[in-house]
Design a protein around this ligand. Structure first.
Ligand code: LLP
Length: 464
């Protein structure tokens, strides 16, 4: 099935995170891209979670990921409350932790009642260590190892089976006296107009079963007493601004549910995946969390009514829209280079190793100077990272006040797929991260040290 909405055509959207505080600030037009608690303080500096960003950098070093707890909790609550408001059946929101998997983030999401979607043994281990109940953890992945499957089975989490190889491995690893809870991932073939690399719902995808093989899969699973197939899953892509693809998805999933029941399977859970986009730049216009949730709940209810099916437990697994806007990355400005009539490069002390999204997906970000909020934006400069790679550019043509070495550049909406995709390229230690709330800042990820960088290195005796 292909969504009929052409690229760029969006429903008239409202603003992302509509419950924004009416803070007194002069940081517009960037206010919407910043965490909810962001404001200009009495010194004219950027403050987040009651903490002056320039002071945070003095205290914790640079670059620094700064996570605003209130923004993250608000997004969790908007998802959770949205399903409670629009869906009369049971629901469960899972945080797609690939967006940012670490103990503190899993713990915050868990404390808001969310479950966690994990995609590897490492993410699973972290979610469990954060105290999330295994009953609320779902393991994804197109090539889970035997060890990962065993860890998942022993921990009692739900496994989202992706392919035949995995189904057969699972059948061989489990026993009838303790059946493993599984869901089946299907690839609905719904096209969504997002970056090519992050489409996962079309048929040419490495993920999930082909819906044309559904009968065979249901038949197989129904004959495996050690596989307790509780539900169906699909995910169609990321950073999606249209609502129609998810409406189409919800409708088609209810039909799969009807078909599963014909095979005597007691399939009672539907997971519609994640994918809601966020605002990275002023012109981005995604639907609000509330609108996205409402659209899905309405379709599932009407499709179930049409098929005369009881309402399934409805799961979703947003990542980006839960966490991206709650975090900023603070960098320190260093050198600059002006090439007359071409451009000025302003370099900062991080780059593609802490935010690989611009070089990977040509993603666009906006920035402010934390210590110059009230200075007018008179310059157009290119923000360059410090890596030995010409493509290490974080922002092309950033509109900023005149910058000087020592200024604190704050890149907005870096909560999703930044730390989680960070690397040690050029042997840069990964930055620290702090969570801020009510004027308090707590370390959630320590800055890596040079010792950390060589911790896993081995120097064989004969090379010394
Ligand atoms: N569920 C599944 C099965 C997924 O594969 C993903 C994302 C999600 C949920 C969460 O999607 P979200 O709500 O975050 O859109 N690294 C890319 C994004 C890759 C998304 C991968 N899957 C980026 O930086 O844009």
């Amino acid at each position: 099935m292909v969504s009929t909405h052409p690229a760029g055509v969006q429903d008239a959207g409202t603003q992302y995170l509509p419950q924004r505080r009416n803070t007194n600030t002069n940081i517009s037009p960037n206010q919407e891209l910043l965490p909810l608690t962001a404001k200009a303080n009495s010194q004219g500096n950027l403050e987040i979670g009651g903490c002056d960003v320039t002071t945070l950098v003095e205290q914790f070093g640079s670059p620094l990921y700064i996570l605003d707890e209130e923004t993250l909790r608000t997004a969790c609550q908007q998802y959770r409350d949205g399903f409670q408001k629009y869906y009369p059946g049971e629901s469960q929101v899972l945080y797609a932790s690939k967006a940012w998997n670490c103990l503190a983030v899993c713990a915050i999401a868990g404390s808001e009642g969310l479950g966690i979607d994990v995609v590897s043994g490492g993410e699973l281990y972290t979610a469990l260590a954060a105290g999330v109940s295994p009953a609320k953890i779902y393991l994804h992945g197109n090539n889970k190892s035997r060890e990962e499957l065993i860890l998942a089975i022993e921990s009692g989490v739900t496994i989202v089976a992706d392919n035949w190889y995995e189904l057969r491995t699972l059948a061989s690893l489990t026993h009838t006296d303790q059946p493993v809870r599984i869901m089946l991932r299907l690839t609905p073939g719904i096209e969504c107009h997002t970056h090519e690399y992050i489409r996962t719902g079309h048929l040419d995808s490495k993920f999930g079963f082909d819906p044309n093989d559904l009968a065979e899969v249901f038949e197989f699973v129904s004959q495996q007493p050690n596989l307790n197939c509780v539900g169906l899953h699909a995910h169609i892509g990321s950073q999606i601004f249209e609502r129609q693809p998810h409406r189409d998805l919800a409708a088609v999933m209810v039909q799969w549910l009807r078909d599963a029941n014909k095979y005597g399977l007691n399939v009672t859970e539907l997971n519609v995946g994640g994918g809601l986009g966020i605002k990275y730049v002023e012109s981005d216009d995604p639907p609000s969390i509330d609108e996205w949730v409402k659209a899905i709940c309405e379709v599932v209810q009407s499709a179930c009514a049409a098929e005369n099916l009881p309402l399934p437990k409805l799961l979703s697994e947003p990542g980006r829209s839960l966490i991206a806007t709650s975090c900023v990355t603070a960098y320190t400005v260093g050198s600059s280079k002006t090439i007359p009539e071409i451009r000025t490069y302003v370099s900062i002390d991080g780059g593609m190793s802490d935010n690989p999204r611009p070089i990977t997906y040509q993603s666009v970000y906006r920035a402010v100077i934390a210590n110059k909020l009230s200075v007018s934006h008179t310059e157009t400069v290119t923000i360059a990272g410090k890596h030995c790679e010409s493509g290490d550019i974080l922002i092309k043509n950033a509109q900023l006040p005149k910058t000087e070495p020592g200024d604190i550049l704050v890149v907005m909406a870096t909560g999703a797929y930044n730390y989680s995709m960070a690397s040690n390229y050029n042997r840069l230690p990964r930055p620290a991260a702090v969570v801020v709330a009510n004027g308090e800042a707590n370390l959630i990820l320590q800055r890596e040290t040079y010792q950390d960088l060589i911790r896993q290195d081995c120097l064989p005796e004969r090379l010394k």
